[in-house]
Every structure is written in structure tokens, then in C-alpha cells.
Design a protein around this ligand. Structure first.
Ligand code: SF4
Length: 450
């Protein structure tokens, strides 16, 4: 039974020292009770109190780690149903499904391809996270050999998809040290699967076709000494799966129902390649910790990873880049100067279009508190005065032998003041970043620079 804030407070030092980043012990206790901060954020709590508070301070959803090196994937430990309340912490792992019918050559090709499914978006590297190998027709030895080949070719963590413990056992003897996720334990095989998971210290996926059965199974498996579990509620149609995943998240984080307080996984079932990605994106939004897909085209993976990136950013923290003068390419004193905001999406869009133009360019980033061009203007977060001050702080005049800056077309209204009040020559750039290359090649080169 979870403790109340008051019960937790009684066990704290009550010195109100503030070392936990909360002004009082009571404020900290309330946050611990709400599962929003871990107890160890207070460095002064006694061992005795820790033991008493362990249950209250444990996150409502267990953190599960798959893999054992720097490419390990951590999932779970979410605390809220809606990201506007706090944020989601551990991004959904995207697993690509391979089958054991692949020849050696095909497997090599597939895994090499998966290794380079990496992208850079708004300055962040995004990639797939897992390879899932489904057992269909091979012998135990052949399946084990395939898993070994995969582990030699990639550092991505693995999911072993096989319900036969005797086959899983042979594979674990070979690659157990890589801590794959074993999928799955069910009502028939859970004792043997739990024994293997315990012996090889691997996380174990649990499959059942109802939440009641899932809760019973997790309790039985836990009593066998396996704690790192991942739940598959067995539903495959999008609506049913969404329903199950939402119920699981609600029971875990709102009701703190420990038997279902584990990360979840879901498989796509749509045959149409567009529908499959839409289905996977739905599961990323609500609330799969792992989504296993067959799709692997770059045109499918990039939008899926983009959805994940958007969902797993902190909605309360603006996505910003450092406020400074950036040099894109081998700039010279003749190079153009583009002014933009510190909203990262805006900056990286401008930066990539400048790179496309092949025109070495300075980008002067102004602090707009993480807002894009129009929002910053509407919210009074930037102005001609602020731009002029930023250019001065960044010593732009000392870097160039002209006096011209390019401002976004959406704030053309700044032009007159920047000219009259601050002495800059101002070119009004395009409204859309996509037009930056042609602007730099044509209008900048022939523009009236002073
Ligand atoms: S660090 Fe501990 S003792 Fe200090 S205010 Fe926070 S809860 Fe109280």
C-alpha cells in the first residue's frame, strides 16, 4: 500500500535544508508520494527510513534494461499518463523483426542494413534500438547460430522470439551474456522460461490474452525470482491494443497496481506498409515501451523515429540551441549573415538549407526563449533592438567587411528599425527556409550589400 506524503514526511530528517531541490521536507515528501521524484534525491535520509519507504518510493513502473553494454536499452519507469503533466522518460524501443528462414547471406545483408538505419534530426541522432529474431522453422542449434551471427554483426540488443524453452535455452547458452529480451513466457511455459531468465539474468516478456491473466502470471513469475518483466497484453488489432496499453499504463501509474507495473511491448499487424507505420506510431504515442515492426524502409523508419522524438521531448522545456554566431562552411568576411531564433527546429532547418546552398554563411542566433520566428514575434520575445544587441554581443561587425544582415521574411516588419535605429543594411530573406539556397545563390549575390 502506498504511503501518504505525511507518512513519508515523518521518516525524513525534517531539516528543510533544500539539498533535494525542494524548499522543505514536506514539499519533497509530497513529490515522493506522487511518484514524481525518487527518494534518493534526499541525500540525508537514513538507511532505516529507506527500508520503510522502499515501497512508497519505488517507481510505479519498473525500469527494465535489455542488453548489457553502451547500446543497452532501458524501458519503463514512466510516471504519468499524459506528457503535459510531466514528461515521458524512456523512449519506446523500435525493434525490427527478422525471421529464422533467412540464409546466411540474407542475414548479413539485413543486419548490415539495420546497422546504418540512423538519422540526425534537429541536432539529435535517432536510430532503431533492437533486432527481434523470430523462431519459425530452424532447429535449436540453427536458431542459436543465427542469434550468434547477429550479435557478431551488430551491437543492437536482441529479442529472442520463441515460445519453446528448449530452443531458447540453446540460444542463451551462446548469447546469454548479451542479455537479450526473451519473448515470451505464457501460462504453459512460464516455469521453464522463468528458470532460464533467472539463470542467464535476462529480462523476460510475459504474454497473456487478458490483463487478469497477465497480472496472475507476473506474480507467479516474480515469485520464481524474475523481476525484469515486459508485458504483452496479446492484442493485435489497433483499437484493442490501444485499449489494453492504456489500461496497463493507467493501472501502473495511477492505481500503482504492482502486478502490472512493468513496461509493455506490442507487435504491428497491418500488412499495408503505410498502415503499419501509422499503427506503430499509435503504439509509440500510447503507450508501448517496445514496438516490434516488420517495416525497415528508410521512408518508414524516419517518420516513426520522428514521432518518437517528438513524444519523448519534455513539453515543459523549450527545445533550444546555444545563442551564438555559428559558422556554416568556410566563412570569410564577405559571407552573408542570417539572423534566426534559438528554437532548435528553426535553427536546424535554416542550418540544413544553408548547407544545401553551399554558400559559407554566418547564422546569428538570437535568444527567443525557444520560440520560432512568428511565435517569438507575437510573444514579444524578439525585436529589432534585441537583434541589434545580439549582433553587437556576437561581434558580428568585426567578422565581416560589409554591413548587411538577412532577416526572416516573416519579420520583414523589423527591417526599417534595424536600418534607421541601428545602422544595419537589411535584406529581407524568404519566409520559408526551403527558399534559402536560391536566395543565397541569387538574391544575396546580386543584392545591395554595403
Ligand atoms: S534534502 Fe532531505 S532533509 Fe533536506 S529538505 Fe530535502 S528532504 Fe528535507
Amino acid at each position: 500500500m502506498a504511503l501518504t506524503g505525511l507518512q513519508i514526511y515523518k521518516l525524513l530528517p525534517k531539516t528543510n535544508c533544500g539539498d533535494c531541490n525542494f524548499p522543505t521536507c514536506m514539499a519533497f515528501a509530497m513529490q515522493v508520494a506522487a511518484k514524481k521524484v525518487p527518494l534518493d534525491q534526499c541525500p540525508h535520509v537514513s538507511e532505516e527510513a529507506k527500508a520503510q519507504l522502499a515501497e512508497a518510493s519505488a517507481p510505479p513502473m519498473r525500469l527494465v534494461c535489455i542488453g548489457n553494454d553502451e547500446n543497452k536499452l532501458e524501458i519503463g519507469q514512466e510516471t504519468v499518463l499524459f506528457r503535459h503533466k510531466e514528461k515521458f522518460y524512456h523512449p519506446t524501443g523500435v525493434a525490427i523483426l527478422l525471421e529464422d528462414s533467412l540464409t546466411d547471406e540474407e542475414l548479413d545483408k539485413e543486419v548490415s542494413y539495420l546497422n546504418q538505419l540512423k538519422f540526425t534530426r534537429v541536432g539529435e541522432k535517432i536510430s532503431i534500438d533492437l533486432v527481434a529474431l523470430k523462431h519459425k522453422s530452424t532447429t535449436a542449434e540453427e536458431y542459436a547460430q543465427l542469434t550468434e551471427k547477429i550479435t557478431k554483426k551488430t551491437s543492437l540488443p536482441l529479442i529472442l522470439i520463441c515460445q519453446d524453452p528448449s530452443i531458447v535455452e540453446v540460444a542463451l547458452k551462446v548469447i546469454g551474456g548479451r542479455r537479450p529480451l526473451v519473448y515470451s513466457a505464457n501460462r504453459e511455459n512460464f516455469k521453464k522460461m522463468a528458470s532460464l531468465a533467472r539463470e542467464y539474468n535476462c529480462p523476460l516478456a510475459v504474454y497473456a490474452e487478458s490483463l487478469e491473466e497477465l497480472a496472475d502470471l507476473t506474480q507467479e513469475i516474480k515469485s520464481l525470482g524474475v523481476n525484469d518483466l515486459v508485458l504483452d497484453p496479446g492484442t493485435r488489432k489497433t483499437g484493442d491494443a490501444l485499449n489494453s496499453l492504456t489500461k496497463l499504463r493507467r493501472l501502473a501509474v495511477e492505481k500503482v497496481f504492482r502486478p502490472l507495473g512493468y513496461p509493455t511491448m506490442m507487435f504491428t499487424s497491418e500488412e499495408d506498409p503505410f498502415q503499419e507505420i501509422a499503427q506503430a506510431a499509435t503504439y509509440i504515442c500510447k503507450y508501448a515501451s517496445i514496438v516490434v515492426i516488420r517495416a525497415k524502409g528508410k521512408w518508414q523508419i524516419l517518420p516513426l523515429l520522428t514521432v518518437r522524438q517528438n513524444i519523448y521531448t519534455d513539453p515543459q522545456v523549450p527545445n533550444t540551441v546555444e545563442v551564438k554566431l555559428y559558422e556554416i562552411g568556410p566563412v570569410t568576411p564577405d559571407s552573408p549573415v542570417i539572423v534566426t531564433t534559438n528554437f532548435s527546429l528553426t535553427y536546424f532547418t535554416v542550418e540544413s538549407e544553408v548547407e544545401n546552398s553551399k554558400v559559407p554563411t554566418y547564422i546569428s542566433v538570437v535568444d527567443t526563449e525557444g520560440l520560432g520566428v512568428l511565435n517569438a514575434y507575437a510573444g514579444d520575445k524578439w525585436s529589432p533592438e534585441k537583434i541589434a544587441k545580439t549582433l553587437e554581443q556576437q561581434k558580428v561587425r568585426e567578422r565581416i567587411n560589409h554591413n548587411t544582415i538577412i532577416i526572416p521574411g516573416l519579420v520583414a516588419v523589423f527591417r526599417a528599425e534595424l536600418i534607421d535605429e541601428f545602422g544595419w543594411n537589411v535584406l529581407v530573406g524568404p519566409e520559408e527556409a526551403a527558399r534559402i539556397p536560391s536566395f543565397l545563390k541569387n538574391e544575396w549575390k546580386s543584392g545591395d550589400k554595403k
